[in-house]
Design a protein around this ligand. Sequence first.
Ligand SMILES: NC(=O)c1ccc[n+]([C@@H]2O[C@H](COP(=O)([O-])OP(=O)(O)OC[C@H]3O[C@@H](n4cnc5c(N)ncnc54)[C@H](OP(=O)(O)O)[C@@H]3O)[C@@H](O)[C@H]2O)c1
Length: 231
Amino acid sequence: MSERPGGTDPVVGVLGAGRAGTAFARVMLAAGIGVDICSTRPPKALRHHLKIYAPGAQAVWPAEVAVRTRHHGPGVVVLAVPQEELDEVDPQWVAGTEPSGVVLVDATNTWQDELLPGWLQAAVDEQLPTSMAIAGRFGGAGGAAVVKALNHISHHELEEAANPELPLGQRRAAALAGDDQDACARVMGLLVRMGFDPVRLGGLPAGKIMEPDGPLFHRPLRREDLLRYAR
Ligand SMILES: NC(=O)c1ccc[n+]([C@@H]2O[C@H](COP(=O)([O-])OP(=O)(O)OC[C@H]3O[C@@H](n4cnc5c(N)ncnc54)[C@H](OP(=O)(O)O)[C@@H]3O)[C@@H](O)[C@H]2O)c1
């Protein structure tokens, strides 16, 4: 297990340390949220990458990504691994064990050239929201509650889009969709702290509208724009 410094800041886990995962980490760190982040690389190898792309984030093993947030945070892990790799992501890493269940924020998107795992391709073929398939794999009895969020803002824009200094009504809106009220409340709290104005569109099926071919994707929207899509 890797060493971690102590500290009183809340901690959030991030699965995936690429363009999206490190952008989420930078915004969270700037907002005073600690970040435990992992990739396919061992923590020692990941540390150099983090010095450049997410200074201050703590490199951990994937199996450790939910450990600190369970005890010192909102119990939230952000999934920022390409969908084509999701068969390699073990649901046990984020399983909802005591003392509190973990919320998995599904920040992933489907890109046309991706060769998806069969369980995910089946959902795409049926035009179901991919978050529902992800909830089927990572949720269920003893699993994490899944909330779709953070997928519709590009990593290029994320830091500029997030502004915790602004009053809520003047911030960029961030959509979320999820079935579990407590899980959605935790994710809304995180989005507020990151500097967004969160709008819950509805249960997980509402996440379909947040996908790349939908009207929200990469568009700088405000609360009133998102409310038109809320169910
Ligand atoms: N890029 C964006 O602007 C953006 C914004 C919102 C959402 N998204 C979505 O977020 C997801 C990731 O996109 P990205 O652009 O960040 O991809 P990326 O730059 O290719 O990064 C992918 C990351 O996932 C890690 N990874 C792959 N397999 C893994 C595994 N089995 N266990 C742990 N980590 C694993 C990779 O590890 P290594 O570093 O060790 O290779 C890498 O750090 C996609 O679904 C994308 O649609 C992207």
